[in-house]
Design a protein around this ligand. Sequence first.
Ligand SMILES: CC(C)(COP(=O)(O)OP(=O)(O)OC[C@H]1O[C@@H](n2cnc3c(N)ncnc32)[C@H](O)[C@@H]1OP(=O)(O)O)[C@@H](O)C(=O)NCCC(=O)NCCS
Length: 157
Amino acid sequence: MNLNATASRKLSSDSFLIRPIEKDDLLELTALDHGSRENPWTKEMFQKELELPFSIHAAVKDEKELIAFGVVWQVKEIAQLIQITVIPDRRGAGIGTFLVKHLMKICSQKGCKIMELEFEQGNIAAKKLYKKLGFKTVGFRKKFYGNQDAILMQCAL
Ligand SMILES: CC(C)(COP(=O)(O)OP(=O)(O)OC[C@H]1O[C@@H](n2cnc3c(N)ncnc32)[C@H](O)[C@@H]1OP(=O)(O)O)[C@@H](O)C(=O)NCCC(=O)NCCS
């Protein structure tokens, strides 16, 4: 991705609406996820997610469409970041940062003390995003994603 090309499209948080995922988002969200990563969730998976009492989620919308979503599971004082996805042609513009910061704030307000997550070692964008937000590496899972190791990170909230 050419980050310079997207820099001119950097947006302020005033440009987005961020709110919990709603039932009416499911079709659009499924399409977003299918166009964004290798193992996308189905509509049924999103639907089940909305019914989980411990799921904390957010969708980011611009004036036209959904552009990102994130899901966290609250396990007592631990917030486990399950997934965060930004639509490919909007990456590198600060939306991932905005979304994770928002989820960290919501989780802290709900009593979580730590956020933890894992991602594929070769995922440079994810590594940069989480390091920038203060996450520290706390472990690895060998060959967790096929041949790739998983990096485990944590951050105090
Ligand atoms: C990871 C992801 C959510 C980042 O979203 P994003 O909106 O591009 O993130 P931001 O624009 O806030 O960028 C965060 C940092 O990563 C850097 N970055 C983003 N994409 C990058 C890339 N492809 N290569 C290198 N650095 C990248 C940005 O420059 C920024 O750092 P900076 O502020 O120091 O410049 C997005 O790439 C994505 O949806 N990937 C697919 C799903 C995924 O891998 N999710 C994470 C695992 S759960």
